[in-house]
Design a protein around this ligand. Structure first.
Ligand SMILES: C[S@@+](CC[C@H](N)C(=O)[O-])C[C@H]1O[C@@H](n2cnc3c(N)ncnc32)[C@H](O)[C@@H]1O
Length: 229
């Protein structure tokens, strides 16, 4: 299991490279779909859990406008520094990147919406964590989770090998330990798939007006919903 220190070291070291991947052409369409699923209105408050370098912040800020509030939560200072620079460059006064652990609901609620992109696969107890996020929502509040996992489409089968290699390379933790576990057949991709399924189940069990979509041949999945009024 990857601990919080390993996560901080990994993302702190690779923050620059990660930011380029996070803002690569094509990724923006997935981010737009995830933020659209939150159905944000001007003036609302949205919290992004595991905001990384802030690639979603422009989409969220655009939707809540100057009178809303965007809080980005991440455990890694290196990525948050980049998120803060992004906020400063644009002069946004209502976007707040904060260093905290998203598994311990670090924000006072209720809030209108919660977003988590490419982060649920990193939590030891993804279902419990997402349940905590759902508890943070006001009645009628919305949640959207966007994650990458192995594709179950026949056409994507050969690409699952490439995806496994990507997961292995981008998984925090000691390289030798990661490789040993992969050789033993305990690849991190299987854990990733299980965690994403557990996080999604929390949304499907508790939410109404559920939405789901897949992108990139089924490698990227969106699940979203609304807490009943
Ligand atoms: C793959 S990156 C995704 C970043 C961003 N959501 C995006 O879509 O580009 C995962 C991020 O989750 C953060 N993270 C991992 N575990 C966390 C936790 N328990 N609390 C807050 N952030 C966490 C990492 O520091 C990293 O920035």
């Amino acid at each position: 299991m990857v601990d919080a220190d390993a996560t901080r070291r990994f993302y702190g070291r690779w923050a620059g490279l990660y930011d380029r991947v996070a803002t690569a052409p094509g990724v923006g369409a997935w981010r737009a779909a995830a933020t659209d699923a939150l159905a944000l209105s001007p003036g609302e408050t949205v919290v992004e859990m595991g905001c990384g370098t802030g690639a979603n912040l422009p989409y969220l800020r655009e939707r809540v406008g100057p009178d809303g509030r965007v809080v980005g939560v991440d455990v890694t200072r290196g990525v948050l520094d980049r998120a803060r620079r992004r906020v400063e460059r644009r002069g946004w006064r209502n976007v707040h990147p904060v260093q905290a652990d998203a598994t311990r609901v670090p924000v006072d609620g209720p809030v209108d919406a919660v977003l988590g992109t490419f982060v649920c696969g990193m939590f030891p107890d993804p279902r419990g964590t997402v349940e905590g996020w759902l508890d943070l929502l006001a009645p009628g509040g919305r949640i959207a989770l966007l994650d990458a996992g192995q594709s179950d489409r026949v056409a994507a089968a050969p690409l699952n090998l490439a995806f496994r290699a990507f997961v292995l390379a981008s998984n925090p933790g000691r390289p030798r330990e990661r490789l040993r576990r992969a050789v033993d057949g305990e690849g991190p991709w299987a854990t990733l798939d299980e965690r994403i399924a557990a996080a999604s189940a929390a949304v499907t069990d508790r939410c109404v007006d559920r939405q789901s979509a897949t992108f990139a041949l089924g490698f990227v999945r969106l699940v979203a919903g609304r807490i009943p009024d």
